[in-house]
Design a protein around this ligand. Structure first.
Ligand SMILES: [Zn+2]
Length: 429
């Protein structure tokens, strides 16, 4: 295995790949191309799982996987490489184990790392095709730029809620939809990163579990076409998929001659600081914390969490606004004393179903305009509002104060803090 290029298939391999071998478009030569191909999948999450499973099954000889994360229970809803026994394990390690079992022909290379400007060129250097299966903008720009600089095709996919998209960025290759032109790059499609915080992640917005399976499988198909040199690669062609109504749509993408990285006079010729460029970190500290908590919970090694709270029961360093906020501990003692107040939960009904505090009145912040009449009779009473982590309830409080409500405050830290400090073990989502 992996002693130089494969020049001949052995009997086991002929047997394993015979459905490929009888396809004239693949055949013996094509299967050898697959076995000799080197593909790097950046991200071993929702997209990386189906991508690497199908590439390993197809006999792609070298598959690199780059990811820094560990497997957590909430990954299992869509990340089909992993099982309960992998919880807490490095994703690249757990993935490699599964892929080697699926196909011992494959050399699986584990890159446990955060891909950034200091390592990306070295990382992708030896691979033929790069796959972007990441979930954040700094890494996407980083991978996008590096692929242009190193002249590697970038098989890109992204998913959110019920919608996904994919395309192949390759400014060094012809655009099949525009004779005489070359393909676009990631920056041709997205010249500027979105405003920090304006685009919610899958962790914030949710994602239907089969969606990465569909988009990732289509990415794997593009990779195989590129390796074999068959069909029409999705260069210059963006395909979107809507899972709700089974709708595929395609859009033509053009290379921008003024693109700073793939244009006629590029100004970006080496990787830049992408976290600074996008104004957000590649790895969200909140999601890291969530993963650690989920893993500890699942493994029954949850330690008491009170230690990272201050003497008011607020996260250390929290900027408490006493005029606007009340702590979960204060709310708890109000409840214990039997104090009369209106307790409003301003999240969405599906969030309420995940976890709620008994006795709260559910009025989503989105409906405050229409439903303010329901609260008007309580205008002279004490009101406490909470949401998930304290931002929406502040908006809610602000709105009601503008409407003349005086004694209304937002519960700092929301139900997540409540479930940490007052109701430990209550769901964190
Ligand atoms: Zn470009």
């Amino acid at each position: 295995m992996n002693n130089g290029p494969v020049t001949q298939l052995n009997t086991d391999q002929i047997n394993r790949y015979k459905r490929h071998l009888i396809l004239p478009e693949v055949g013996m030569d094509g299967q050898k191309k697959l076995l000799n191909a080197k593909v790097l999948c950046i991200g071993a999450g929702g997209l990386g799982c189906p991508i690497s499973l199908y590439l390993a099954a197809a006999g792609v000889g070298t598959i690199g996987l780059a990811d820094v994360d560990v497997v957590s229970p909430s990954n299992l809803q869509r990340q089909v490489l992993f099982g309960v026994s992998s919880i807490g394990e490095d994703k690249v390690k757990a993935a490699a184990k599964r892929l080697r079992d699926l196909n011992p022909d494959c050399n699986i290379i584990e890159h446990k790392m955060i891909v950034n400007s200091s390592n990306v060129l070295e990382l992708i250097r030896d691979y033929d095709v790069i796959i972007d299966g990441t979930d954040n903008f700094p890494t996407r720009y980083c991978v996008g730029d590096a692929c242009v600089i190193m002249k590697k095709p970038n098989v890109y996919g992204s998913i959110f809620r019920f919608e996904g998209m994919l395309t192949v960025f390759a400014p060094h290759l012809p655009n099949p939809l525009r004779p005489g032109e070359r393909g676009p790059c990631y920056r041709c499609m997205y010249p500027e990163p979105p405003d920090p915080g304006s685009v919610p992640s899958c962790a914030e917005g949710g994602v239907i579990g089969v969606l990465p399976g569909i988009i990732g499988t289509l990415q794997a198909n593009e990779v195989i076409k590129l390796i074999l040199g068959i069909g029409t690669p999705a260069i210059g062609k963006l395909t979107t998929f809507n899972a709700m109504d089974l709708e595929f749509r395609t859009f033509k993408l053009r290379r921008d001659p003024n693109c700073p990285v793939c244009g006629d006079h590029p100004t970006i010729t080496k990787p830049i600081d992408y976290e600074q460029f996008c104004g957000v970190p590649a790895l969200d500290p909140k999601s890291l914390e969530e993963t650690a908590r989920e893993v500890q919970n699942a493994k029954g090694t949850m330690k008491p969490q009170a230690s990272d709270l201050d003497d008011k029961g607020l996260p250390k360093g929290y900027q408490f606004k006493p005029d606007w906020e009340v702590t979960p501990r204060e709310v708890k003692s109000m409840l214990d004393r039997g104090e009369k107040f209106v307790f409003i939960d301003c999240r969405l009904p599906n969030e309420y179903q995940i976890t709620h505090i008994d006795g709260t009145l559910l009025i989503p912040v989105q409906q405050i305009g229409q439903r303010v009449g329901e609260i008007k009779p309580h205008a002279n009473e004490k009101i406490v509002v909470h949401c998930k982590s304290g931002a929406r309830s502040l908006q809610f409080t602000q709105f009601l104060r503008q409407q003349g409500f005086k004694d209304i405050k937002s519960m700092a830290g929301g139900i997540l803090l409540w479930n940490k400090d007052i109701n430990p073990g209550g769901p964190q989502y």
